[in-house]
Design a protein around this ligand. Structure first.
Ligand code: M6R
Length: 606
């Protein structure tokens, strides 16, 4: 989604702004722009499409000045045109915005009643024009910004730059994250620490409702009630702000390859050296709840789907599960003896955050499983469990998914231990299985060349089906999501047993059917469904282990063989072929793997 950056520097701001916007590209965008102050005068340059178009424009029409703001826009209100690109401006103020101003129609009417017309389709333009109105009424810039912000409804991260004020940026946050960066005689504003990674490692995160007056001397922050407050300055580890591909062609490839290492790091956090589960204290008392609600979006939702099997089968704990965008409006009752767990890589997904706030309002204990530990979802949780995957830049979530699964798996085992639904020996065996994961994933990655070869065939298809049963059904869903989001091939996933209730009508020799079936207790059932597909001319790619390949490999189109694994944890290992097939199919099709069309990394609007 939209990315924001602001610079009060000691050198030319434009190159710094463009570089920082480059570090925000991963969030997804369709136009970009900057504004700077050159001898007190505002100048703006904006361009549709990739950042390189803005850079080209700046070569021919440079912008000078040491102060500026920049923006990558993911279109919500209005098409991705130059006119709709940020910064938006009045005569003496420029504004960049991430979020949605929900009352922008009323604001437009108010402006129109005063003879002030708009020239774009965006909600953000009203913010700039309203602020300009207050400036025209002789309000000083700080007051004009505060008065403007007070009128806004909806979600926003905002940064204002004023003509004749080269030493001032006003930043504000409600519903969308925003960070202030501290330099030596310089100050910065950014959507996240990654944006500011090349500028500073000293970051202050704004809290919900905060407004910040930023000058080169420092920052003064006011909370939602207008009281001056202090927010902590943190040092961000270099690695957290690192966004290089480490020799890989795409971030997605790098992130797939990183999985053995990050899973090992997560294991080190959640298991003691003796191999026992180590959760932060105090953690949840699973004997005090009769139900767990799991809520998330996209890939994180599929991680919840897998976890449902674990909590129900191993810990005998009933689990309710929903996508956040449905949960938040369904208004489900939350019984007293229940807890709600929210899973999110970014920790900023608007629907997940709203669902969390609903559950909190119902008095539920709130847990979250997040990658970004400074995120809104982590901050709003009673207990936030980090997945320790490191920055995930590719829009298609890969290492975050497997790390989410690992943390949820450890949590499910802890629930089983507390509830007495698992004996010592079985618990020890499953813990041993978890510890084996980094090594198995490492072995699993050796199927890459095979996946690349098979993907050439998949790239020819118009439609692809994924099948799985039990714990592998959510993996089929994840495989289909991964494939469609980066290769743009239509892909659907079905529970294997459900196929004959309708979708089998889709099967013919042109539709590859990818069957995910480790040799587990449901293997024979899945293979029967696979046979039904092959009997109708279907072209099956079977993903299984050596035993499974020996029993059911005959007559299939292709077989991809993974190492044997504790069946409980098979979904974590089988994520690897799902990711590799999607990746290589997308590469074969020549799509934009890391920034697929229309998608944003962190969906901060509803
Ligand atoms: O940051 P989150 O985990 O809350 O994001 C949720 C989804 O938007 C995300 O998983 C999305 O589905 C990915 N692009 C899938 O690869």
């Amino acid at each position: 989604m939209c990315g924001i950056v602001g610079v009060l520097g000691t050198h030319e701001a434009a190159p710094l702004l463009v570089e920082a916007l480059g570090r925000l590209e991963y969030r997804g965008y369709d136009s970009a722009g900057i504004a700077t102050l050159d001898e007190g005068r505002l100048g703006r340059r904006r361009a549709v499409g990739k950042l390189v178009n803005l850079s080209d424009k700046l070569v021919h029409e440079p912008l000078r000045g040491h102060s500026g703001i920049g923006h990558t826009r993911w279109a919500t209100h209005g098409a991705p045109t130059e006119a709709n690109a940020h910064p938006h401006a009045g005569a003496r103020v420029a504004v960049v915005h991430n979020g949605i101003i929900e009352n922008y129609r009323e604001l437009r009417e108010e402006l129109s009643a005063r003879g002030i017309g708009t020239s774009t389709d965006t909600d953000t333009e009203t913010v700039a024009l309203l602020c300009q109105l207050y400036l025209d009424q002789q309000m000083p810039p700080r007051e004009a910004a505060a008065a403007t912000i007070a009128k806004l409804e909806g979600a926003y991260a905002l940064c204002f730059l004023f003509e004749d004020e080269p030493d001032l940026l006003i930043a504000a946050r409600k519903g969308s994250p925003l960070a202030i960066g501290h330099g030596e005689g310089e100050m910065f504003v950014g959507s996240d620490a990654i944006a500011l990674g090349n500028l500073t490692d000293r970051i202050t995160y704004l809290d919900e409702g905060d407004r910040a007056e930023v000058t080169r001397a420092g920052v003064v922050i006011f909370d939602a009630q207008g009281r001056e407050v202090t927010r902590p300055e943190k040092r961000i580890a270099q690695a957290a702000a690192q966004v290089d591909k480490a020799g890989h062609k795409h971030f997605m490839a790098k992130e797939i390859a990183e999985q053995p290492r990050v899973l090992a790091a997560a294991l080190g956090h959640y298991l003691t050296p003796e191999g026992r589960i180590a959760l932060p204290e105090p953690c949840i008392d699973f004997t005090a709840i009769d139900r767990l609600t799991l809520v998330a979006c996209g890939t994180a939702f599929y991680a919840c789907n897998v976890a449902k099997y674990w909590f129900e089968q191993v810990a005998r704990l009933p689990v309710e599960i929903d996508v956040a965008s449905e949960f938040r409006y369904r208004e489900p009752p939350m019984p007293a003896r229940s807890a709600a767990l929210f899973v999110s890589q970014s920790g900023e997904t608007a629907d997940t955050l709203a669902a969390l706030r609903y559950a909190k309002g119902q008095g539920a204990q709130i847990l979250s499983v997040v990658n970004v530990t400074e995120s809104s979802i982590a901050r709003d949780s009673d207990i936030a469990l980090p997945i320790l995957a490191g920055a995930e830049i590719g829009v298609a979530s890969t290492k975050a998914f497997t790390c989410q699964l690992l943390v949820l798996g450890a949590l499910a085992l802890e629930a089983a231990r507390q509830r007495g639904t698992i004996d010592e020996a079985t618990l020890a065996a499953h813990l041993q299985g978890l510890r084996a994961l980094p090594g198995l994933i490492d072995q699993g990655l050796s199927i890459e060349a095979e996946c690349q070869r098979v993907s050439r065939g998949l790239a020819e298809a118009r439609d692809i089906l994924f099948l799985g049963r039990g714990r592998m059904y959510p993996l089929a869903l994840e495989g289909a999501l991964k494939l469609k989001e980066i290769s743009y091939i239509h892909a659907e996933a079905y529970a294997s047993g459900e196929l004959k209730h309708g979708p089998i009508a889709l099967v013919d020799e042109h539709v590859p059917v990818i069957v995910m079936a480790p040799h587990d207790e449901l293997f024979d059932k899945t293979v029967s469904n696979m046979q039904e597909v092959m009997a109708r001319g279907g072209k099956v790619l079977l993903i299984t282990d050596t035993k499974g390949a020996r029993i059911a490999g005959d007559g299939t189109w292709e077989v991809i063989t993974l190492p044997e694994i504790d069946p409980l944890w098979a979904p974590i290992l089988y994520a690897v072929p799902a990711q590799l097939l999607a990746y290589h199919t997308a590469v074969a099709k020549g799509t934009d793997v890391d920034q697929p069309r229309n998608l944003a990394k962190s969906v901060t609007v509803e």
